[in-house]
Design a protein around this ligand. Structure first.
Ligand code: G
Ligand code: G
Ligand code: MN
Ligand code: NA
Length: 250
């Protein structure tokens, strides 16, 4: 298809860019890290959403080179940040069945001189399902090198608590569907509190996604949620804008 052709060209030309969205410590209200979100604008097609081009890249076997390009650019950009800030990066399901993924990531970190202990990998439950054994092996490889692993979009899709026994995660990201309704309905509040209690017991940090209002942030802080992410604190921004944001917040 046209998008596929254009995407292949863009990846080869190095034209997919990382943007960064801040993740903050809710109690201290300080930036602790950034999630990398890929952005692509084609000269003819204009900006294409990652919700569109990531699935195409997955299906068409372009995700490997695309992810390597974005991770390389992201770690290069992060060298200009204070070195106690982490960088998180989304892994696609097909990357969790490819046993070369760990090596590819480590090679990039090595080349850019980026400390693996500053990297966090976000994976979704869908990504664990097609081949759990393969995924477990990749996750263990990464964790052995000091890379932390977060379970993304928790609470949506085919969530299973059994997954939390099979795999060890350092962090759990609570899906924004719960966050957006935390002030409106009791079930969301109870679910979030139960997730937080579980994180506490399992030694996982919790990050609430999609925080858009101060009231949501206050409630989550009160419940003891460690981190927050969302438009309230900052939208995904390019490397240069991110540097500016960091200067202003120090
Ligand atoms: O802003 P947002 O529209 O960036 O992202 C839409 C979806 O695309 C989200 O589910 C997000 O996790 C995913 N996404 C964004 N960038 C990347 C990336 O670099 N790799 C993968 N695998 N997914 C990404
Ligand atoms: O699936 P994942 O959680 O990786 O994707 C993050 C997605 O959520 C991106 O598309 C990002 O732009 C979007 N996002 C981040 N913060 C907010 C927010 O506060 N509100 C909404 N509606 N979307 C958000
Ligand atoms: Mn994510
Ligand atoms: Na998420």
């Amino acid at each position: 298809t046209r998008i596929e052709q254009a995407l292949r060209r863009a990846v080869a030309a190095g034209e997919v860019e990382p943007h960064f969205q801040p993740i903050i410590d809710l109690k201290m209200r300080q930036i602790r890290g950034f999630e990398t979100l890929a952005r692509w604008s084609d000269p003819d097609l204009g900006p294409v959403s990652p919700a569109v081009f990531i699935p195409i890249a997955e299906e068409r076997g372009i995700i490997g080179p695309l992810a390597q390009l974005v991770l390389r650019k992201a770690t290069e950009a992060a060298r200009a940040w204070p070195d106690d800030l982490f960088l998180s990066f989304n892994l696609s399901p097909s990357q969790l069945v490819d046993q070369n993924t760990g090596l590819h990531i480590l090679t990039i970190l090595d080349r850019t001189g980026f400390d693996p202990r500053r990297l966090e990998i976000e994976i979704t439950e869908t990504g664990l399902m097609s081949d759990p054994c393969s995924a477990a092996k990749i996750i263990e490889d990464l964790r052995r090198c000091g890379i932390r692993v977060a379970l993304d979009d928790f609470g949506t899709g085919l969530s299973s608590l059994g997954r939390l026994r099979e795999f060890h995660f350092d962090k759990l990201k609570i899906d924004r569907s719960f966050v957006s309704s935390i002030l409106e309905d009791r079930p969301s509040e109870h679910i979030i509190r139960a997730i937080l209690a579980m994180c506490d017991g399992l030694g996982m940090e919790a990050v609430a996604e999609g925080i858009e209002e101060e009231g949501q942030a206050e409630r989550l802080t009160q419940f003891g949620c460690w981190g927050g992410q969302g438009y309230l604190f900052g939208r995904p921004a390019c490397a240069q804008t991110t540097i500016g944001l960091l200067r202003d917040s120090l």
